[in-house]
Design a protein around this ligand. Structure first.
Ligand SMILES: Nc1nc2c(ncn2[C@@H]2O[C@H](COP(=O)(O)OP(=O)(O)OP(=O)(O)O)[C@@H](O)[C@H]2O)c(=O)[nH]1
Ligand SMILES: [Zn+2]
Length: 212
């Protein structure tokens, strides 16, 4: 499916998801203290005394993507260029948090596009992945948001995103399947319409680079 999203739409979307928390840091720490009590722990023992503060700091970092916007992270790094061959950034490490259990989703993203007059700074592709990963997510939405962002920013001939990830909520608890991992993809433009282009992308994300 080809989505047509303007940079303005993307900016609006980012502003909507940028939330100013109505809860104070102290209230968040108090909630962690309550969780510790609920676990049967003594939040006043030496080892746990600073834990509420640390947990809140860690959670704020892991969800810091809510405070970011595409505009800010791009820093203007979209350039006019006549390139029209596939650009692929592979093996982008992802650390996200599942919205059902707030447990880690650990994986990798592979992101490709075929330019149509504009290219984006390569590091910005990884930064876009990070911004969406540092929010509470389901893997499908994370994958789609990365693809939609590139589509909206560059209006390329096509975008392909594959995310491969393991969900700690399926590994450490619940169904407890440590070897399982989930693959999600979003194919837009030529990657959706042309099987050969899609195949080239799939081959490129599978081959072993010669410098490894
Ligand atoms: N589609 C999708 N599901 C997810 C993702 N992360 C976690 N889940 C699933 O969300 C579902 C939540 O199901 P519930 O039955 O409400 O929760 P639960 O009792 O903790 O489920 P179990 O994990 O089966 O023990 C589970 O099947 C999880 O595996 C994700 O990124 N995408
Ligand atoms: Zn989960």
């Amino acid at each position: 499916m080809t989505l047509s999203i303007s940079p303005d739409d993307i900016r609006k979307q980012s502003v909507i998801t940028e939330s100013k928390s109505p809860v104070s840091e102290a209230e968040m720490q108090q909630a962690v203290r309550t969780l510790l009590l609920g676990m049967g722990e003594d939040p006043d023992r030496e080892g746990l005394r600073d834990t509420p503060k640390r947990v809140v700091k860690a959670l704020k970092f892991l969800t810091s993507g809510y405070q970011q916007s595409l505009d800010e992270l791009l820093n203007g790094a979209v350039f006019h260029e006549d390139a029209n061959e596939m650009v692929l950034v592979r093996d982008i490490d992802l650390f996200s948090s599942c919205e059902h259990h707030i447990l880690p989703i650990l994986g990798r993203a592979h992101v490709a596009y075929i330019p149509n007059g504009k290219v984006i700074g390569l590091s910005k592709i990884a930064r876009i992945c990070e911004m969406y990963a540092r929010r509470l997510q389901v893997q499908e939405r994370l994958t789609q948001q990365i693809a939609d962002a590139l589509q909206g920013l560059l209006k390329p001939q096509g975008v392909a995103v594959v995310v491969e990830a393991s969900h700690m909520c399926m590994v450490m608890r619940g169904v407890q399947k440590p070897g399982s991992w989930t693959v999600t993809s979003s194919m837009q433009g030529v990657f959706a319409d042309d099987a050969r282009t899609r195949q080239e992308f799939m081959d490129l994300i599978r081959h072993s680079p010669s410098f490894h």
